[in-house]
Write a protein that binds this ligand. Sequence first.
Ligand code: ZN
Length: 263
Amino acid sequence: VGARVTVETDAYLCMRCEYCRKEEFNRCPNRKGIGTTTDGALADQLVMPERAVHVLPANVGLVEGALTEPLAISVHAVVEQSPSLAGQVVVVVGPGAIGQLCAQVAHAVGATVVLVGRTRHAEALQRAKDVGIPYVVDSETEDLERIVKDLTGGYGAHTVFECSGASGVVESSIPLLRRGGRLVLVAFFREDPHVDIDAVINREIEVLGSRGKRPSSYRTALRLMENGQVDLAALASVRLPLDSWREGLDLVAAGRKVIFDIT
Ligand SMILES: [Zn+2]
């Protein structure tokens, strides 16, 4: 009692399907998620099974702890759904919380990371630069394809992580990739993206989905935090008292990450 913890966000898992038995909870067809397919955690109390609760390492603050879930999603995409990225050139498109964390995790595992945003993301791109992401690119004012080609001897990136949810990005990601490269889809799309299937075939591009996270993603995320291999403080830029919940939820709707301070 009284321990500082973070929790996984599964509201219901059948624990009977083949996926559940392997702790691949994100693949359970009967899964319900807190705040997505069932009511969220804006409640006085929340009951969770013990297996979904992780004690925060002593050197990890509560604010950083609140970001374990997006970090776990990024760990799932970058570590669990990808072969080793060490030594590879990796492009992350979309500098929201998930994109920033995918960039940080890819950097931590030894990839050369290019994080891409638009002009309106200048602040987020600067934050990424401040935490050590070597290349940040404004795709509206800079020639992204040229930059990636220059970094790779003309071949193109090994992997692109799509974290923006902008439907046009899928199409424009294909020419960034080398032949045999991999496109990992992390964000959901409001509008169906168009994909040049001929280019996918001719260039032997692998397209892979990455959805949510698993207990293993949480364990790795907490280890990365404990070892200081990721910097979450910069992402927790908007902190509000609970009384300002309306303003906070409006910011969330506008795509910001907001942390409510209830202490
Ligand atoms: Zn299941």
